[in-house]
Design a protein around this ligand. Structure first.
Ligand SMILES: [Zn+2]
Length: 163
């Protein structure tokens, strides 16, 4: 009879690793508990943007919302981190490539679900549209565009266009 206790540490590690993997997978495209500083929508890790204004850390639901906030209400906002759509990992804004105006909009997706319970609402301005997602490489942005459309721009270029 094999000593089953020998396998306990292995099984423990495997289940912890599996759990973490599952957690990473499910949290990426799910709204977190954090709400956007500007519009109060749930923040998705795949589109999140962090910034700082007047010494205060701010979190935004997406780059479109953050850059609109900077252009309109928070002129001293400095974007400190954008998050990679593909991995949910933080990226340096200076290095990030964005895709603007694809068919995917994580902020609007929830809006549509909410509106479905009411009457059909006419298309109106939304601060999170057109959508903006960040990527770590041009290749990753290109793959995303092939599937979902949109135009590629560096984050720096995009930020300048909002001013
Ligand atoms: Zn927002």
């Amino acid at each position: 009879m094999p000593d089953l206790r020998r396998y306990v540490p292995v099984m423990l590690i495997a289940s912890i690793a599996g759990g973490l993997l599952y957690l990473g997978w499910t949290t990426l495209n799910q709204p977190s508990e954090v709400a956007c500083t500007a519009c109060d929508r749930a923040v998705h890790l795949a589109s999140r943007v962090d910034g700082i204004s007047d010494g205060e850390s701010l979190t935004f639901c997406c780059a479109a919302c953050a850059l609109r906030a900077k252009a309109q209400d928070v002129p001293d906002l400095r974007v400190t981190r954008v998050f990679d759509y593909a991995s949910g990992r933080p990226l340096d804004p200076e290095e990030a490539v964005t895709v603007v105006g694809s068919e995917i909009n994580l902020c609007m997706r929830e809006q549509v679900l909410m509106d479905a319970h009411k009457e059909a609402s006419p298309l109106h301005f939304d601060r999170c549209s057109p959508s903006v997602f960040a990527f770590s490489t041009e290749a990753a942005a290109k793959r995303f565009r092939a599937a979902h459309g949109g135009a590629a721009r560096s984050f720096v270029e995009l930020e300048a266009s909002f001013e």
